[in-house]
Design a protein around this ligand. Structure first.
Ligand code: PLP
Length: 397
């Protein structure tokens, strides 16, 4: 078998070697507790402070507006619950979209059970949030708008600036889950008038289990964890020094290399899509063709099961995903593809290819070759094919 090919970088990425090198001393050499007052602690704290500065610089905020968390899931939980609880007396309405990450959607569902009202905005066929609906549903009770910057399944990049401006004009806090956007598009929370933002390290070639929530100073948000004075007393628990150091370095690298990386990924991704569309019939690209993450190709193959494609590619050493990482493993339909009104049979035939910094043209050529034979085989044997051909003959899609 040829070398393995990893095309699931939207699920997680390989740790960058420069990042790893920067982290190493903080495991067994500079291992102090960053809260301790002695030199061991001060050295660890200095490293955490540097990481905080690097991340602040990467998104255009002040270092004391960055709060380290265990990842974007925690950051999303914090901002929603924290704003809801802190603003109970002002209002009880939150606006988000139907295509958010489960860490937003399930937290919102939880808040609904606690008596908050949540509006889930529709998206158009490209996955853009319906701005007309946003304007329509805004009310004096609205205490937060949370819309992701870029979607992890279909890659569509939202018009975040426009949404933030509307929120800002109405004086409503605006939060964005920028986990997938970080390192792909420029994010400047000051210029873009973003009040809160969730970030994760492991999607940008940093270590897993670390992320951050940016909270604009002055924004009313309850603390998230109790039991210590870490993170200005708002998120207790001994900080993950090596993780934070790695995250800081990863943000520095990805924001520094944003233009070159995006350009390279985009051209390789577009080449991949062209090749697939030339060599395979009845395959459709999901999301917006241009305003999308440079590494994402979400493709729906008619008359095949995405799960079967995934397993057959895996047998050839090629890693992809169906829908989102969280919904793969279950046979549940992707809520994102559903929100785009994609027909159920095409949703079933959807595969997400997400390229990474290490992806080569050879990897892409190899993947296209394997994919062509896999689709051919599956369409030949698929019971779906027979059922669908039957239906097509009857004239209903
Ligand atoms: C991966 C991802 C998350 C979750 O991040 P973790 O750090 O793994 O908790 C949240 N939102 C989006 C858009 C993601 O892609």
């Amino acid at each position: 078998m040829d070398k393995k090919i990893y095309l699931d970088n939207a699920a997680t990425t390989m740790l960058n070697s420069e990042v790893l090198a920067e982290m190493m001393p903080y495991f067994n050499s500079i291992y102090g507790n960053a809260s301790s007052l002695h030199s061991f602690g001060r050295d660890a704290k200095a490293a955490v402070d540097l990481a905080r500065e690097r991340i602040a610089k990467g998104i255009g905020c002040k270092p004391n507006e960055i709060y380290f968390t265990s990842g974007a899931t925690e950051a999303n939980n914090w901002i929603l619950r924290g704003v809801a609880n802190a603003n109970r007396t002002r209002g009880n309405h939150i606006i988000t979209s139907k295509i958010e990450h489960p860490s937003i959607l399930e937290t919102c569902a939880d808040l609904e059970r606690q008596g908050f009202k949540v509006t889930y905005l529709d998206v158009d066929s490209y996955g853009f949030v319906r701005i007309d609906q946003l304007l329509h549903y805004l009310s004096k009770d609205t205490i937060l708008i949370s819309i992701m910057a870029a979607n992890n399944e279909i890659g569509t990049i939202q018009n975040i600036q426009a949404i933030a401006s509307i929120a800002n004009e109405k004086g409503i806090p605006f939060h964005t889950d920028a986990t997938q956007a970080l390192g792909a598009i420029n994010l400047n929370v000051q210029e873009m008038k973003i009040d809160a933002m969730s970030l994760s390290s492991h999607k940008i070639y940093g270590p897993k289990g670390v992320g951050a929530l940016y909270i604009r100073s002055g924004l009313l948000v309850d603390r998230f964890m109790t039991g210590g004075e870490q993170e200005s007393g708002r998120r207790a628990g001994t900080v993950n020094t090596p993780g934070i150091v790695g995250f800081g370095k990863a943000v520095e690298i990805c924001t520094r290399d944003i233009v070159a990386n995006s350009k390279k990924l985009k051209s390789l991704r577009d080449y991949f899509i062209r090749q697939v569309q030339q060599k395979i019939d009845m395959v459709y690209l999901n999301g917006h063709p241009v305003q999308r993450l440079p590494n994402n190709a979400s493709l729906s193959f008619a008359m095949v099961e995405g799960e079967s494609i995934l397993f057959m590619l895996d047998m050839q050493g090629i890693a992809v995903s169906t829908g989102s990482a969280c919904s793969s493993g279950s046979l549940q339909e992707s809520h994102v593809l559903k929100a785009l009104n994609i027909p159920a049979d095409l949703i079933q035939g959807t595969v997400r290819f997400s390229l990474g910094k290490m992806t080569t043209k050879e990897d892409i050529d190899q993947t296209v070759d394997v994919l062509v034979s896999v689709i051919k085989k599956l369409r030949h044997i698929s019971p779906v094919t027979k059922a669908q051909v039957g239906r097509l003959k009857k004239g209903d899609k």
